[in-house]
Design a protein around this ligand. Structure first.
Ligand SMILES: O=P(O)(O)OC[C@H]1O[C@H](O[C@H]2O[C@H](CO)[C@@H](O)[C@H](O)[C@H]2O)[C@H](O)[C@@H](O)[C@@H]1O
Length: 248
């Protein structure tokens, strides 16, 4: 466990930077179920101000699918570039979604997962374009069963496992938020600008490492833990406040 706290990011960190933002637990507070989340219009307005301030060098980088994010942001998200599914999907500003084919094995795995947890109301199955999330936030005693099943299916089908906050996901292997951010840094408008990535979860760690390797920085949101981030903000509310300061 890290023992020395990380500093609050300095006010000027976003000057001339490319900004990458995680979604759940960073821009919106965590909720009991994946579908319970809502995006406040004030957040959309704030991201719009930041996009103008950064000449559109701003992207969402989420474990959610791009389609899920579009559902939350509506037309307000169309002005943002989006990386989804832990780095596997990509949409440029106003562009089409590019994503690898969904492995057929995911369909059978999703069915088996749903059958296994049928009748366990505290376990929520999240069907995603390139994955299946098993959420046990409402029944933490199901963590062992959820992880065991997802790990077994991943090994059987050559898929990946993503551990998260009160959830485990069967997902595509070999891609992460770090490789996706690095790829975006090779393209306009992000190329040549120091990357800054804000995130809270384990899936965000490769993104922090990629930003540090490119001369930028990660900002951990939430409690201190072992992390590749350089700075820390306490909460989603603290993120909104810091972004508001940066957008001025
Ligand atoms: O990369 P992110 O944008 O942070 O997405 C990571 C996962 O977030 C979601 O799960 C988390 O948020 C849920 C809603 O608040 C919460 O109920 C759950 O316990 C959290 O783990 C999302 O549902 C997943 O698909 C994302 O992979």
């Amino acid at each position: 466990m890290a023992s020395t706290d990380l500093a609050r990011p300095p006010a000027g960190l976003l000057d001339g930077a490319s900004l990458f933002l995680d979604f759940d637990g960073t821009l919106v507070d965590l909720a009991d179920r994946p579908g319970d989340v809502a995006v406040d219009p004030a957040l959309i307005a704030l991201l719009d101000r930041l996009a103008r301030r950064l000449d559109n060098r701003i992207a969402l980088v989420s474990g959610r699918s791009v389609a899920q994010l579009d559902g939350f942001f509506g037309d307000g998200g169309k002005a943002l570039a989006v990386i989804g599914s832990h780095g596997a999907e990509h949409r440029t500003i106003g562009g089409a979604i590019t994503r690898p084919d969904r492995p057929q094995a995911l369909d059978a795995a999703q069915k088996l997962i749903a059958e296994t947890f049928a009748g366990r109301d505290g376990v929520v199955i999240e069907e995603k374009s390139l994955g299946v999330g098993v959420h046990y936030r409402l029944d933490p005693s199901s963590e062992g069963d959820a992880c065991a099943l997802v790990e077994k299916l991943a090994a059987a089908h050559g898929l990946g496992v993503q551990h998260g906050k009160m959830m485990v996901e069967l997902r595509l292997p070999g891609i992460d938020k770090g490789s996706a951010i690095t790829a975006m840094l090779g393209e306009p408008p992000f190329a040549g600008h120091r990357p800054v990535f804000l995130g809270d979860d384990l899936t965000d760690e490769p993104g922090f490492a990629a930003c540090a390797a490119a001369g930028g920085a990660g900002v951990l949101v939430g409690s201190l833990r072992e992390t590749a981030a350089t700075y820390r903000l306490d909460s989603v509310a603290a993120v909104h406040l810091w972004l508001k300061e940066a957008a001025r």
